[in-house]
Design a protein around this ligand. Structure first.
Ligand SMILES: [Zn+2]
Ligand SMILES: [Zn+2]
Length: 274
């Protein structure tokens, strides 16, 4: 039982990664990767600290397409993008889009980053959500529920990213209905829109388990939602990071197969013949 060596969520020096696309391609070839896809952070003009500017997006696209040609006999390279809910409009063509929510907007109009730091979250909850963390998590899931409609994504990125700084459970109680009900609404909406849900191993590097949490993944498996394992790598060492553990985790949650790009289509491979 394994996951094919297909890695679709990778960042480079064009956004907030530490390696060049070519260094990542070479590392992937070294590891026998079948397909590597790049997913630079789309331009989100109110915060250029981690994402690509418009000009950089052009350079990124040109670089990935050039590498695709250069290494076409050795590895398959896909040009993707991780498009934030609040990203600037972009009608360029990509092989696939990962739709993610990295910011939420409070009732007072404040733009609040979800995954920057725990201090930032605590401060935003106090200043912009009346001190109620469940209003903050609700706003996240309300935004996420609309991600497929807004970004036309193939995949949903790190579903429960709000758990990033809640590894010890002290930020909020994920058993409470005030947390769970908006989450359930988002799962239902997104499952109906037939997007693929990431099992994102970056969660393991921060809170020991991938995104999403087991209860969410079990629900997705029971509702036949499609899933794919991704690394959200920001350096070449992480291209397949945590994939083996993620397979066991997915199996324990009842996931029977994964959906991956092969040829011109997304195909679902069962655990047995991945
Ligand atoms: Zn992301
Ligand atoms: Zn990412």
């Amino acid at each position: 039982m394994k996951f094919p060596k297909i890695s679709l969520h990778n960042h480079t020096v064009f956004c907030d990664g530490t390696d060049t696309p070519e260094a990542m391609v070479l590392a992937a070839i070294e590891e026998g990767v079948e397909t590597i896809g790049f997913s630079g952070h789309s331009c989100t003009s109110f915060d250029l600290s981690y994402c690509m500017t418009r000009e950089k997006t052009e350079a990124y696209r040109a670089e990935i397409l050039q590498l695709r040609e250069k290494y076409r006999d050795r590895i398959r390279i896909l040009l993707g993008i991780e498009r934030d809910y609040y990203a600037d409009p972009d009608d360029a063509q990509y092989d696939y889009v990962i739709g993610s929510v990295h910011y939420i907007v409070a009732d007072d109009g404040a733009i609040c980053p979800v995954d920057e730091s725990r201090e930032q979250v605590v401060s935003d909850v106090q200043k912009h959500f009346g001190g109620n963390v469940y209003r903050w998590t609700k706003r996240y899931y309300e935004t996420l529920a609309l991600i497929a409609e807004k970004t036309h994504c193939n995949m949903v990125g790190h579903f429960d990213l709000v758990q990033k700084f809640n590894g010890d459970g002290t930020l909020f109680d994920s058993e409470l209905p005030s947390y769970r009900l908006p989450l359930l609404d988002a799962m239902e909406t997104l499952t109906n829109s037939d997007v693929i849900f990431e099992i994102n191993t970056a969660g393991m590097r921060k809170r020991k388990i991938p995104y999403p949490s087991p209860d969410i993944l079990r629900w997705l498996a029971q509702h036949n939602a499609r899933t794919v394992i991704t690394a959200d790598a920001h350096r070449k060492e992480d291209i397949l990071s945590g994939f083996e553990s993620a397979v066991l985790y997915a199996k324990a949650c009842g996931v029977g197969g994964f959906t991956v790009p092969r040829g011109d289509a997304w195909v679902t491979v069962s655990m047995g013949d991945a």
